[in-house]
Design a protein around this ligand. Sequence first.
Ligand code: BGC
Length: 754
Amino acid sequence: MTAPASRSLDVDAVMAQLTLEEKISLASGSDFWRTQAVERLGVPAVMVCDGPHGLRKQAGGSDQAGIQESVPATCFPPAAGLASTWDVDLLRRVGVALGDECRAEEVAVLLGPGVNMKRSPLCGRNFEYFSEDPLLAGELATALVQGVQSRGVGTSLKHFAANNQETERMSVSVEVDERTLREIYFPAFERVVTRARPWTVMCSYNRVNGVYASQDPWLLTQVLRADWGFEGLVVSDWGAVDERWRGVAAGLDLEMPSSAGTGEASIRAAVEEGTLAEAELDVVVARVLELVQRVLPALAPGQSFDPDAHHALAREAARQSAVLLSNDGVLPLDPSSGGRIAVVGEMARSPRYQGTGSSQVNPTRLEDALTALREGTSRDVVFAPGYVTESEQSDDALVAEAVEAARSAEVVVLFLGLPSSYESEGYDREHLDLPAPQVALLEAVRAVNDRVVVVLSNGSAVAVDAWQHHTAALLEGWLLGQAGGPATADLLYGVVSPSGRLAETVPVRLEDTPAYGSFPGDSGVVRYGEGLLIGYRWYDTRRAPVSHPFGHGLSYTTFEHSDLAVRASGAGAEASVEVSLTVTNTGSRAGAEVVQVYSAPQDAGVFRPEQELVGFARVQLEPGASAPVSLVLSARDLGHWSPVHRRWVLESGRYEVRVGASSRDVRQRAVVEVQGEDLVVPLSPSSEASLWLEHPVAGPRLREQLGTAVEMLDDPQHGQMMRAIPMVRLTRYPGFPVREEDLPRLAEEANSAV
Ligand code: BGC
């Protein structure tokens, strides 16, 4: 980066001296990765860099696609792995390490994390996103952002908003209702914005209900700033700007990268024509300067980090990221006694450890599982690659070699997974299957050895239903970063117990997935017809089978949940529910349990998913040890977004609190009566008669005027049809005792009285 002359900047003083041209220039980047400098006023350019599971600083040539190599940096597991840890403290520590690597490279802002929801397992970028659940994604990303920013450098929460596919990502219009946005696609952003205060938010490429996110005042100003109190800078995704001046007016502060003068010309013309006030430009320019001012103290040259310590942290993170999906007892393998181990699969030797695209990190070192498995045991280990990773054809010689290795072994550890060409930024997957040669290899190996442990490497769920019955154990490794190899060996040899839990459901078939048929849309439009029902919300509400449910993950030890106590207090927006229980490690090894709390409203007046994650706690326990877990659910945790009231509301009624080890493994439940708000639906003349009659103020007045007609409306059966008629239409029926012209006043009086 351009070394800053001084470590401070007086934003007001600079603002007062900037010319219009300088202001215009500051609203765009100066190149691929840097903001614009104003040398005469001592404003340096600062550098932003991709990641975010490591730093991708391109020192030489610049590109977005991850083709040019970047400076070496620690490659932690990408978000798909990190999310499976459900470990807020770990994410914070990874964030601190990332922040230190930014400082060492004089990078002002790390471009991440991405908290878009996994609407479909096909999304090519799911490896970069955390979860299908907004609470889990939001909690983990909050910790990561806090960690990075505790080091005095910024983050960029991305991609805001509703960027859930790669197909047509730069133009597609996401057609989605507001409740779904507010309950599913926004909350992870909202949580991070309100709790971790990211320095920047990156708007997405796509359109939301027809409007480009980069020039949507509702998204960038109303929701982000007015509703959530965001005070940082909004940066465009790289090349997401359509009309720059509209972005300025909407709240897009910085266009990245530079745009060959197009952005500047757009702003200049709009200011000259008077369609954009210079004062509006001043707002975004001040935010750019504030960002520069904020980061300057951290950008002293000559800082460094400890690559060994960060590699060790990457190994710890990888150990916790893998999820043990099934185990008939074959795992853990005893490293000090037993017969030969056959390690099969090219990915054991040539790991798939991160995704492709702008997040691609050049690791400080890379350790494979084969070497680690050999080093971690005194047992005889043989290896056979079995397949060519990027090939769709079985190689008979490789299969034969693998079968021979398996035949002579006591146990087979078979590494399967998605080739990197299967999942990448920029395009989506077309199916959920592993390459056919890999499944054929499993079958061939299984025919000669019935103790086959499969280790998967993939950035998003793959279908396992057709072949998992061939496995004695199945370890979902996701993408584990640069230390994934030794971490995998640690897990297989039982150095540590697996502790990852699924942050996304493993579906049986693509056809069962929530967005099937509407993903990725066509003709420039994608309709989110499944609404609130993404991920487990869909499968659990529809009671549909899954291969492995959200939240699932085994350990080498066992846990018991007991003594659930649930207590409600307060009312309305102040209502809360205290949940407490005890978790005990009932097995013989140390391990971590992830206690999950789901809320299932029993008396909802609106549609609610069957259950929703409202809290979780990861507890590390020695054998025989117990620990109390307690958490408090707020009105917001239990409530829903009301399209009628245009805000979050809490309905009164019974809520079942379910506590367990996955969305399908509920261990304890308790029903609690919650005192919500007195929710009165605002009336208009065209509101249905039932709403008028139920209204606490208008209802009694109307009943007086209705006289005997009320009997007809109250009739349980026939009245049902009448009550569904808009009041204004009823007044027009011959002889109806209420007059149309009285309704507006009645509605107004009723609405203002409550
Ligand atoms: C990606 C962003 C990334 C940016 C800069 C875009 O294509 O969507 O996630 O931060 O490029 O490389």
